[in-house]
Ligand binder design. Sequence first.
Ligand SMILES: *[C@@H]1O[C@H](CO)[C@@H](O)[C@H](O)[C@H]1NC(C)=O
Ligand SMILES: *[C@@H]1O[C@H](CO)[C@@H](O)[C@H](O)[C@H]1NC(C)=O
Ligand SMILES: *[C@@H]1O[C@H](CO)[C@@H](O)[C@H](O)[C@H]1NC(C)=O
Ligand SMILES: *[C@@H]1O[C@H](CO)[C@@H](O)[C@H](O)[C@H]1NC(C)=O
Ligand SMILES: *[C@@H]1O[C@H](CO)[C@@H](O)[C@H](O)[C@H]1NC(C)=O
Ligand SMILES: *[C@@H]1O[C@H](CO)[C@@H](O)[C@H](O)[C@H]1NC(C)=O
Ligand SMILES: *[C@@H]1O[C@H](CO)[C@@H](O)[C@H](O)[C@H]1NC(C)=O
Length: 679
Amino acid sequence: MKLQWFVSAASLAAVSAAPEAAKAPKPHVLFLLADDLGWANIGFHRTTAKTEDEKQGQLEVQTPTINQLVKEGIQLDRHYSYRICGPARSALLSGRLAPHVLVKNVAVTASNPDDPISGYAGIPRNMTGMGEKVRRGGYRTHYTGKWDAGMATPQHTPYGRGFETSFMYYQHANDYWNKKTGIQATGEITTCLNAFYDLMVENHSYRGPYKGPALTDACKSSNEPTPYCYEEKMFEDHSLEIIRNHDTSDVEHPLFLFHAFHLLHTPLQVPKYYYEQIEKDVIQQGGKAFDSENRRLLMAMTKYMDDTIKNLTEAFKAKGMWNNTLVVFTTDNGGPIYEPGSANNYPLRGGKYSDFEGGVRTSTFMSGGYIPKERQGYVHKGVVSVADWYTIFSELAGVDEHDDKSEEANKWLAKQGLSLLSPVDGKKGQLEAIFGAKAGPRDSEPLFLSGSALLEYPYKLVTGKQPYMAHTGPLYPNCSTVASMKGGHGPDFIDFSVLEEKVDLGDSFYWRGDCAAGCLFNVEDDPAESVDLSHDPAQKERLSRMISSLSTFNKTLFVPERGETHVQACYNAMLNGGGHFGPFVDIQGYYTDKPRVIEDLSAHEKAQMALMGALTFDSVKKTIQKYAPTLVLKLLEKSCDKCCTEESCNGGTNLNLPEALDLVQNLTKSHQAHQVAYI
Ligand SMILES: *[C@@H]1O[C@H](CO)[C@@H](O)[C@H](O)[C@H]1NC(C)=O
Ligand SMILES: *[C@@H]1O[C@H](CO)[C@@H](O)[C@H](O)[C@H]1NC(C)=O
Ligand SMILES: *[C@@H]1O[C@H](CO)[C@@H](O)[C@H](O)[C@H]1NC(C)=O
Ligand SMILES: *[C@@H]1O[C@H](CO)[C@@H](O)[C@H](O)[C@H]1NC(C)=O
Ligand SMILES: *[C@@H]1O[C@H](CO)[C@@H](O)[C@H](O)[C@H]1NC(C)=O
Ligand SMILES: *[C@@H]1O[C@H](CO)[C@@H](O)[C@H](O)[C@H]1NC(C)=O
Ligand SMILES: *[C@@H]1O[C@H](CO)[C@@H](O)[C@H](O)[C@H]1NC(C)=O
């Protein structure tokens, strides 16, 4: 009797829902963004192995979950992004090509009061973010992990871009263990003296620093596979909770979960268990021990990412959501081939920071139950830009992709004579082309990759000086890379800055070469960009047409004055952010907690603030910057990879922040008189 009543109640509910159900429910979305993933550091780009080295390389990349998702999904073989992270992420989340939203990494603490719209890092304040778009279409929106698309005002944060909740950090990287912004994490010495944590929480009832027990490296030497204070573990737990709490009965409000890994960005840090296990797995499957410490660390981190994806996708399955879920996996940019980045884009040329394929052609696939059955295992060859996802999701959510807010702001910007905001660049019809196995909207038009590169598929123009102008092999980095570093021949990290000033050690350190007016490649016939066609008489016309086309595109480059770091941004982190980086302009009503006052600070924090204050004096700054190259070389030397056949490898290569700060402190000692004024 009882059972029957339930049955009829259920069918009644079904009948009353019928008019709505005529439209298929919108799919759940799980967006997985890896950081700095190299082309060769993922299983589906290691499917063929002819030589011994290639076989070894294949064994080292352990991504069984990803490989299976690719089998059930669609590879986007021509997915293009931008050569570095901040711009790539800003493009993804704003729907603009990177050259139309952000072309350089800018310090999150920068501000230019003369341009309250674009005068900050990341996405200009008055652009509508991806989260807001899909939320208007009914999605429940959540963000976990690395943000790196600006933080200056409450409008710049994930919450401000339409994510109802977020658990994230703002900069390129923090330390996986203590969540601080040490030199090894950020690759720079900043005006805020690398002093703060970078981990925040945002939701309707709380906005401010993460206050849990895991702001520590106490679990660093744990033997557990996934110790509680490893940042990726915290991110995974957070996303799992969101999936578990999602109300699946509310079909009008599907889930949009953006999970942005810290992995595989530096610092190369991974639980000991994974570091041990990866070598055991390789040897057990007939391979050799790793000769490079950093390659082993990176492969252990890759395995960790794969295991996380397994857990996340299983949570969707456990909730019965999988058959209506669209998974997207991509990476912000190609792999960094410098030390200590240690990625590998073999057989592609170059890496992060260069316009070669290794820097901008990004490993991407879609999967999940939403993929049409007949497309499972399909490889889509059409050109897709990182900026297209905004429009793809707007279409899925059933909302217009146009950005009225930025158009409104343009009226004001025009009056002020400031740079105007670009309209959305994402192309309509991409998903239809991909699912329908048809030509895509970008296949027959040029793609503006950067101020120095243009794709007119299958031809690609690369101009000017390019770092990492090299091909790596199947097992990279390796002992000869270590020898090269030790001999002072690179590949060093090109973006090291000291107090917001870049340090340039010279071309040879960065494997930098010159494409001058233009190198020309056919990336379909020659995916490794080995044959420069610019001297081929048959290509003369194409070359000059593409050069002039690039300079026309170049007139649309978006390069507003972003400003510089003012020490107030650091003081804000200390007082409003509770020792964590966070918004520092127009923050009324943003932070949940009352700001701290000087009396609340520890003696150590007070000393840090004093030192930051001392740095506002140009003479102090100049003194430190004078020592910068020496300092940088010293630090890079310490973070360098090890050749395990010659040195002992133990999973612990990391450079030393206290030593660097000690040096900075020594250099500023003579200016201590100034410090008092700042407390
Ligand atoms: C908001 O964040 C706070 C701090 O992490 C947490 O305690 C609270 O449960 C969160 N609320 C919601 C609705 O997610
Ligand atoms: C995945 O889930 C298992 C089982 O709950 C758990 O032990 C593990 O810590 C999770 N994370 C990873 C990366 O394996
Ligand atoms: C999807 O899964 C749900 C719950 O398990 C089920 O009711 C529904 O019939 C499935 N739909 C398809 C198309 O398989
Ligand atoms: C830009 O956005 C801010 C914050 O939402 C708003 O206060 C301001 O009016 C906007 N400016 C213009 C010119 O639209
Ligand atoms: C080892 O690294 C060097 C660059 O340092 C590279 O040229 C070579 O191809 C790599 N060897 C293998 C087997 O990948
Ligand atoms: C495009 O602009 C950038 C930045 O101003 C410049 O470096 C580059 O040379 C320009 N390229 C062309 C082809 O005009
Ligand atoms: C800083 O100064 C102290 C004492 O004068 C000295 O022992 C230390 O070696 C110096 N540190 C560096 C990195 O130069």
